[in-house]
Design a protein around this ligand. Structure first.
Ligand code: OSB
Ligand code: MG
Length: 368
């Protein structure tokens, strides 16, 4: 295909409840959406960067800037583009993986719609539905947390992930185990809030039989994670540290991670995400699909990815109503703890014009 241009659309969606992690509290999701246009149709991409560079160096305004000035022009100047050519065309520009991922997602959606192929089939999915977990933010009190977890378990979520930080770790985990029992699939996510000096403290989570502890240490501390893995029984799972199939292979080889959180936005797109899946399967390392509070667009693609055979743990692929009162696509709803993998061409979902208009803050056309 030949792109005629790309629309950058900024939206703002209130979250149904504040979401607190070790890096801050969010009450609104500001998201950059991309719509690529060619003579044969269009495709949608969702950029997972947040308003502030707290999870990774990327942020919404920075993504819009690099897309408009460098990434979009590198694609619109090509006469014959397909999704496999996007990453190589953008490779000269360092970093900016979330901006690149959004652009590749939009081109892939456009291409697959044209070919009549669903995302899931293109990626190699083997399931029609995927079991879903939920990421539960840090709360002001343990009773408040227990109420939230009770609600999610009643809704049917197959796994609970508790956000933790120093001062909010052993006590909430113990309280959830005491109240809901040992059968609940339970894991924690520290978003880099600890150091190796906390190893003995983190070992106090060992008795609670957690599935994993996600990203306890800073993202560049691979060796620290390998050392920590020798000092605690809970499996270590890297999120922020894994930015490519190569970094996944390295972290596995070094013993820094025995489970991997795959987030397409963090690694430059769905095609690299699939390569990470393949590397992990080859090493016998289980993977699961992370989330970034996506709208229905990103959720559709994540659910397709989560249906690949190596995704053996429930993902942070929660239903639309866990995040938003009104999604911009038909809502993803939980049935028996699962979300259905979309079957239509491309993402298999589209923004609903009224819902999209309602949350749009700004649109900008970047012409070829
Ligand atoms: O670390 O997995 C994370 C949300 C925003 C940024 C980082 C993370 C998260 C979540 C929520 O844990 C995942 C989701 O439900 O989308
Ligand atoms: Mg995480």
């Amino acid at each position: 295909m030949k792109l005629s241009g790309v629309e950058l659309r900024r939206i703002r969606m209130p979250l149904v409840a504040p979401f607190r992690t070790s890096f801050g509290t969010q009450t609104v999701r500001e998201t950059l959406l991309l719509r690529v246009e060619s003579a044969d149709g269009e495709g949608w991409g969702e950029c997972v960067a947040m308003s502030d560079p707290l999870y990774s160096p990327e942020y919404v305004d920075g993504c819009a800037d690099v897309l408009r000035r460098f990434l979009v022009p590198a694609l619109t100047r090509r006469d014959r583009l397909d999704a496999t050519l996007v990453a190589p065309a953008l490779a000269p520009f360092k970093g900016h993986l979330m901006a690149k991922a959004a652009l590749e997602m939009a081109v892939l959606d456009a291409e697959l719609r044209e070919r009549g192929v669903p995302f899931a089939r293109e990626l190699g999915a083997v399931h029609e539905r995927v079991p879903c977990g939920v990421s539960v933010g840090i709360m002001d009190s343990v009773p408040e947390l227990l109420d939230a977890v009770a609600g999610y378990l009643d809704a049917g979520y197959a796994r609970i992930k508790l956000k933790i930080e120093p001062g909010w770790d052993v006590a909430p985990v113990r309280a959830v185990r005491e109240r809901f029992g040992d059968d609940v699939l339970l894991q924690v996510d520290a978003n880099t809030a600890y150091t190796l000096a906390d190893a003995r403290h983190l070992a106090r989570l060992d008795p609670f039989d957690l599935l994993l502890i996600e990203q306890p240490l800073p993202e560049d501390d691979i060796r620290g994670h390998a050392e920590l893995a020798r000092q605690v029984r809970t499996p270590i799972c890297l999120d922020e540290s894994i930015t490519s199939a190569r970094s996944a292979a390295d972290a596995i080889a070094l013993g820094a991670t025995s489970v991997v959180n795959v987030k397409p936005g963090r690694v430059g797109g769905y095609l690299e995400a699939r390569r990470i899946h393949d590397v992990c399967v080859a090493h016998g390392v289980p993977v699961w699909c992370g989330g970034m509070l996506e709208t229905g667009l990103g959720r559709a693609a994540n659910v397709a990815l989560a249906a690949l055979p190596g995704f053996t743990l429930p993902g942070d692929t929660s239903a639309s109503d866990r995040y938003y009162r009104t999604d911009i696509t038909a809502p993803f709803t939980l049935a028996d703890g699962h979300l259905a993998v979309p079957t239509g061409p491309g993402l298999g979902v589209e923004p609903l014009a009224d819902a999209l208009a309602e949350v749009t803050v700004d649109t900008e056309w970047v012409a070829a």
